[in-house]
Design a protein around this ligand. Sequence first.
Ligand code: SF4
Length: 125
Amino acid sequence: MKGKPRFLLCVCRGDCPGFAQLDIWKFMNYVRNELEVEYAITHPQMCVDDGDRFWKDYAKKDVVYIVAGCDPKMQRKMYKDALAEVGVDFDKQVFPIDLRNTPTEQAMQKIKDFVEKVNQQVAGI
Ligand code: SF4
């Protein structure tokens, strides 16, 4: 795989109660500055048509993605077909994590642990 994981945060348009406790920009600046990721970006709603177009335009075969958002099973259901169209295997290249109903400090600790775990797994440790 090429480089460190790319980090994406999906936030249900930004007005969903599930993300009301998350200070999105504090969280994103923490991820991009403090954690072992290539970079971090936010998308408002990756499970609708423009999310599919985004994945098809953006995803690469030799890259790993960490996606924070809703339930991992929901993410799989909603992203896997668009990714498969461009040769990206959700089960091998996407590491989803649920951050709904998580206050900012707790989300920062949770994502720190998760990014470390993903980097170890990708490196085969
Ligand atoms: S993919 Fe999940 S987190 Fe993102 S908008 Fe859809 S339901 Fe919300």
